[in-house]
Design a protein around this ligand. Structure first.
Ligand code: PLP
Length: 429
């Protein structure tokens, strides 16, 4: 130490000036222990920390970087855009082009650009309420939609009762119009609609949940949500912030084909810059200001750097890119299963398109209770053994592993050869 720029010293300095030393809690390594490495740079599939270690990155900024770090087309687009000015607070061509690109790939007819996934879901919920004139919303336990007050709710004591705040700072009133149901439980949804149908504005659901680990929808679950909402005059909001433009060129929609009334996007569509969107049927989007009455706005929405990075990313996200990500993800998922089995570690590798999670449990996970039943200590041991061998996994057990098209054979070989030791470390817990 003695150098102000090691990860350990930076974390100490950060902890003095930023709560917990981080700007988003999972970065603090609380779930796995230890000090988080501070990153200095990224290139293709690799991250380099300020201490000079390089890692194969399987976080990819939590999803956005499907082309890898510092892809030349993205860097060039950003440099060109920055030279022309960073923000105008007035319409720009990039916003039109990015909206057109999103609409060409998905079922939405119109989109509004925002700055984060949180803003996208918050705005979609407001629009759903404004368009239907109804107040209550339905969400599922273990589904994460950003830190929107009404979506930081947990199930109350009985089915279809008022939800309760899931964090201090959300008022009872803020959570009271949210109904939280067990994921994948269509009977529970049917009961709620039977009881409270006329009050429900929308159901919001992750297209394929990945924020409790990857827990894919049962066959027909999303389609049935669409039918039920339509039958009761409510709306379906599919949250594709994480899956959008990642699991296929059209996101989860490209794999399953359920067209929601409203869809939220983020991550990949911003190419690593803060950009997100919500979109849907034109008749619904028409309720937004300025044409309609539902207020929604943003100083930096559609920012020219963000749209340049997003467009460069999406335009380079070709069929070959998705084929490569699908292939390396499957290759690593198979290798993880093989090595954990060889080490005698109970596990389930659950896949949703090219996303997967290793659950340290021997039962299939279909909902949040199942996800929480896993052995997170085993994950922590596995995680640190991978990190020591130069592989940066998501630092929490309830996350998906993310790949990019830049993950070449050398990077994948490093991941696969680190697995036996990590599997033994998990076995020893
Ligand atoms: C499915 C989903 N929705 C919404 C969000 C919130 O996005 P943001 O972190 O950009 O606010 C996330 C973030 O991880 C997400 O995975």
């Amino acid at each position: 130490m003695g150098n102000d720029n090691t990860s350990a010293e930076l974390f100490q300095r950060a902890s003095a000036v930023v709560p917990g030393g981080v700007n988003s809690p999972v970065r603090a390594f609380g779930a796995v222990g230890g000090t988080p490495p501070f990153m200095a740079s990224g290139s293709g599939p690799y991250l380099t920390d300020v201490d000079g270690n390089t890692y194969v990155d399987l976080v990819c900024s939590w999803g956005p970087l499907i082309l890898g770090h510092a892809h030349p087309a993205v860097v060039e687009a950003l440099a060109e855009a920055a030279a022309k000015g960073t923000s105008f607070g007035a319409p720009t061509p990039g916003e039109v082009e990015l909206a057109e690109e999103i609409i060409a790939r998905t079922p939405v007819e119109q989109v509004r650009l925002v700055n984060s996934g949180t803003e996208a879901t918050m705005s979609a919920i407001r629009l759903a309420r404004g368009a239907t004139g109804r107040g209550r919303i339905v969400k599922f336990a273990g589904n994460y939609h950003g830190h929107v007050d009404s979506l930081l709710a947990a199930a109350g004591s009985g089915m279809a009762t008022f939800a309760v705040p899931d964090t201090p700072g959300v008022t009872r009133a803020g959570a009271a119009d949210t109904i939280v149901l067990p994921y994948n439980d269509i009977d529970a949804v049917e009961r709620v609609f039977a009881e409270s149908g006329p009050d429900i504005a929308c159901v919001i659901v992750e297209a394929c949940p990945a924020n409790m680990g990857v827990v894919p929808p049962r066959d027909g679950f999303n389609a049935r949500l669409k039918e039920l909402t339509a039958a009761h005059g409510a709306l379906l909001v599919l949250d594709e912030v994480l899956t959008g433009f990642r699991v296929s060129r059209s996101g989860w929609y490209g794999l399953e084909g359920v067209a929601a009334d409203l869809v939220t996007f983020g991550k990949v569509m911003g190419g690593g810059l803060p950009a997100a969107a919500f979109g849907g049927r034109a008749d619904l989007m028409a309720h937004l200001t300025p044409g309609g009455q539902v207020y929604q706005a943003g100083t930096l929405s559609g920012n020219p750097l963000a749209t340049a990075a997003g467009l460069a990313t999406l335009r380079n996200a070709t069929d070959d890119v998705y084929a490569r990500i699908d292939a390396v993800s499957a290759q690593v998922a198979d290798a993880v299963e093989r090595e954990l089995s060889a080490a005698g570690v109970p596990h389930r590798v659950q896949r949703g398109g090219n996303l997967f999670t290793v659950f340290f449990t021997d039962t299939e996970v279909t909902d949040f209770d199942g996800a929480r039943a896993q052995n997170t200590d085993r994950f922590a041991a596995f995680f640190h053994a991978m990190l020591e061998q130069g592989v940066y996994l998501p630092p929490a057990a309830f996350e998906a592993w993310f790949f990019s098209a830049a993950h070449d054979d050398a990077a994948i070989d490093r991941v696969i050869s680190a697995l036996p030791r990590a599997a033994r470390a998990a076995a020893e817990v």
